[in-house]
Write a protein that binds this ligand. Sequence first.
Ligand SMILES: [Zn+2]
Length: 97
Amino acid sequence: MYYCENCNKVSEYDFCRDCGDGDLREVRGEDFCFLVECGTTFGEMLKSVFDKENIPCALLPRGTGVRTALALKLENYRVYVPYAFLERAKEILEIFL
Ligand SMILES: [Zn+2]
């Protein structure tokens, strides 16, 4: 598996379908991978579940761009977990979707 540092996404191929980078490197266990984008409430809940499961995760607010221009208060989180924990994190996520 390969990893795009621009998009924080894992790819089966050495190019990224999202940004077009054609020179991806091999993914490493500690690479943070995009898991899901969700509302802040769900994001906080997910983080507490991951904490209990000892899964490191990072929540990055995604409230820039159009949202800011429209002055909407609602922000989303983008949730990232290390590649080594990605499959487990997906399993947990499935429970809540
Ligand atoms: Zn990319």
